[in-house]
Ligand binder design. Sequence first.
Ligand SMILES: [Zn+2]
Length: 248
Amino acid sequence: MPEGPQMVLLKEQAEHFIGQHVLKAEGNANNIPFDIMKDQELTDIKIFGKEILFCFPHFTVRIHLMLFGKYKIDGQLNQALRLGLEFENGAINFYACECRFITEPLNKVYDWSTDVMHGSFNPDKALEKLCSKPDRLICEALLDQHILAGVGNKIKNEVLFRRQVHPESLVGEIPETVMKKLVDECVKLSFEYLEWKREETENEHWEIYKKKECPRDYIPILKEKIGKSGRSCYFCDKCQKLYLPDNN
Ligand SMILES: [Zn+2]
């Protein structure tokens, strides 16, 4: 699943469509009024977490790539088109994604300060929200898109490894200074990840995600589905501390 940095890169790749008018809008997304979109000017492209927002004067089209979503700029993929926009200077096509038509002002729909890559991201508020649910596993809390929008499974695993926190730790048992560092690391790593995506070098940089051996301890990395969400956690039992009651 794409995480925030991939969406920021997608925005960069599509930015030349801003200011262009839609020549053709098509696809099988059943909740998008394609006829209304024709001739409309794309006024902006915004990113919120894992979503990309195509802004028009009176509405916004929101796309979430979900688990298997794909896109192609100036080309087509051999699968059913969910939403395609053609402009005078090219086209962008989306597949297997979730589309939504938004007519409310975006500032009412989105709290930009929860997006770790947005200029208005508020780490204190994120910390406060995380700490308000002390019984959660840290590996699940970091994926909460209402708190840290844009953080996905890769960022989660790497951040926990960097700050040496075991994914099964309980939020309420982790010292606040460590929690704060986890939040800061989510931001830092997201921007590093964006740089790696631009250079196409991301796989050279992961230290724990889908790796076999801990680079600190040279012992096997564990892979487990932890928590209700069942997302994969990659971690080292030796150097990532498990914060549990009576375990500090
Ligand atoms: Zn280790």
